[in-house]
Design a protein around this ligand. Structure first.
Ligand code: ADP
Ligand code: GLC
Length: 488
């Protein structure tokens, strides 16, 4: 694609911060398009019209009527703007746009019609670049799809005759694949030939993600290590064969972070601003966090923080296994998270058993997540697998060295503390493997010992704080990838 031409990119996603968020996809969807826009890309974000989105729109205009599919009624395309100022396109379809989570109801049960809800999003993602688009005023050159919810976009486009957009499919998490009964294929208006082993068929069912990976022009994932890991049986979640077959089309690009929203020098949520030259002020944030969460006001006791979805992926069951030993070190633990009800109960019980040393808040709380990053001494991420992970980067920026399992993006963004990395001033946290209770506890001990040595500790904090995790450089990698795609 000619470099002088202004590329038109449709960024299709099921989450966008601050409007609708369950995890890192929302953060990426908010920040990456802004960074690409700054590089001269004409980018628009496409999201479903959840009530949380519709309610947040300051302006809206209905720009097109979207035709239905066999199982999906006609919908509307609404144009608006994001808080960042970027143009936003919303697919409004009242029967799907209901209160609750984007994927699940209040009892953590998947919505029964997720195939249709996200089939519609995928379909619109495809439709807008085709010759018959009902929104001819703006036709994307590229549709950038994110996770299974937009996985059918490359599938629909594969069967379009005539000019069409190229597609990039980004895997944020291979654990979620969007698998539905075969009957969904008809309701979604997929041509019969799409339902084959070389298409969307996956062990007799329909897989949104497999379809996307099969037909996308390029596949990316959110760290180089995860790009390698997903080609293995251990972390390929059944798609390793397809991914290794397409490895020449697969790239790992580490996520960036929003360095304005996550800045200890200006974070409105935290008790006291600080930076690498004023690290003593971080202590006030620790005291405020201890107070807020009901932990003992104990300035010298190392405080571990956790902000996470409470799911099997995050390995927090292994952390729960060692909490009794952790408090003996001594250390404190502050956990903010929600998810698996059994794990929530387990952490609540640990907080009761170790009142004053372990504090747990179940729920989603943006402000507290910033306060934990600023107030904790160390940040724990013992994830079983982690495509990228954002909190370990926030932590380094906040002078809160992360303790992470050496997997995926954690491996690519944290430099383990060792004599060599201290010497060359790259050490920024603690990386361990394998993930088991003994190794985790050993590494908690190791990090607590480093915390006790003020010179080492200050260096670790400063090394992390000076690292550049901004989106600018990462966005350039996406732009290079877009530019290398042939025109449709
Ligand atoms: P994932 O997307 O797998 O959940 P990431 O590390 O990429 O993991 O992103 C998680 C994002 O969600 C971070 O911005 C984190 O701060 C935020 N987050 C997770 N759980 C909570 C919570 N309970 N309250 C507030 N923010 C949370
Ligand atoms: C996923 C992954 C996480 C990644 C995020 C954003 O939810 O679990 O590792 O950081 O997407 O790409």
């Amino acid at each position: 694609m000619a470099s002088a031409e202004k590329l038109k990119v449709l960024f299709a996603t099921s989450e966008i911060a601050p409007l609708i968020k369950t995890g890192g996809l929302a953060d990426v969807s908010a920040a990456l398009p802004v960074a690409l826009n700054a590089l001269g890309v004409d980018i628009r974000v496409l999201v479903p019209g959840y009530p949380q989105v519709m309610g947040a729109l300051k302006t809206r205009s209905r720009v097109a009527t979207l035709p239905g599919l066999p199982g999906i009624p006609p919908a509307s395309l609404i144009a608006s703007k994001l808080p960042s100022g970027l143009p936003l396109l919303v697919v409004e379809c009242p029967i799907y746009d209901r209160n609750g989570g984007p994927y699940q109801d209040a009892t953590a049960t998947d919505w029964q019609d997720n195939d249709l809800r996200f089939g519609l999003l995928s379909y619109v993602g495809a439709l807008l670049s085709t010759p018959g688009s009902p929104f001819a005023a703006w036709k994307p050159d590229i549709v950038h799809c994110n996770d299974w919810q937009t996985g059918l976009t490359p599938v629909y486009l594969n069967y379009v005759h005539g000019p069409r957009a190229r597609t990039v499919m980004t895997i944020h998490n291979l654990a979620f694949q969007g698998i539905f009964p075969p009957q969904s294929a008809n309701r979604l208006g997929l041509p019969p030939q799409a339902f084959s082993i070389d298409g969307v068929e996956y062990y007799g069912n329909l897989s949104f993600l497999k379809g996307g990976l099969q037909f996308a022009d390029r596949i990316t994932t959110v760290s180089p290590s995860y790009a390698r890991e997903i080609q293995t049986e251990q972390l390929g979640m059944g798609l390793q064969g397809l991914l290794s077959r397409r490895k020449d089309r697969l790239t790992g690009i580490l996520n960036g972070i929003d360095t304005d929203a996550w800045d200890p020098e200006s974070d409105p949520y935290i008790e006291r601003y600080y930076n690498a030259a004023r690290l003593a002020s971080k202590q006030d944030n620790k005291r405020a966090l201890q107070l807020r969460m009901g932990l003992q006001d104990s300035p010298q006791t190392p405080l571990f923080g956790v902000v996470s979805r409470l799911t099997d992926q995050k390995g927090l069951d292994v952390l729960a296994d060692i909490v009794d030993d952790l408090v003996e070190l001594p250390a404190q633990l502050a956990v903010l998270g929600s998810g698996d009800p059994a794990l929530q109960r387990r952490y609540q019980a640990l907080a009761q058993d170790h009142a004053g040393q372990v504090a747990v808040q179940i729920g989603f709380d943006e402000g507290l997540s910033h306060q934990i990053e600023a107030g904790a001494d160390l940040f724990a991420m013992p994830s079983r697998f982690e495509p990228c992970g954002l909190n370990q980067m926030y932590s380094q920026r906040y002078g809160t060295p992360p303790l992470v399992h050496g997997t995926g993006g954690l491996l690519d963004s944290v430099v383990d503390c060792s004599p060599a990395t201290l010497k060359d001033h790259t050490a920024s946290g603690f990386v361990f493997a394998p993930l088991d209770a003994v190794t985790l506890l050993e590494n908690c001990r190791r990090s607590v010992a480093a915390y006790g040595d003020q010179r080492t500790w200050r260096q670790l904090q400063k090394n992390g704080m000076k690292r550049d995790f901004s989106w600018e450089a990462r966005a350039q990698q996406y732009l290079d990838l877009y530019r290398a795609l042939p025109v449709g």
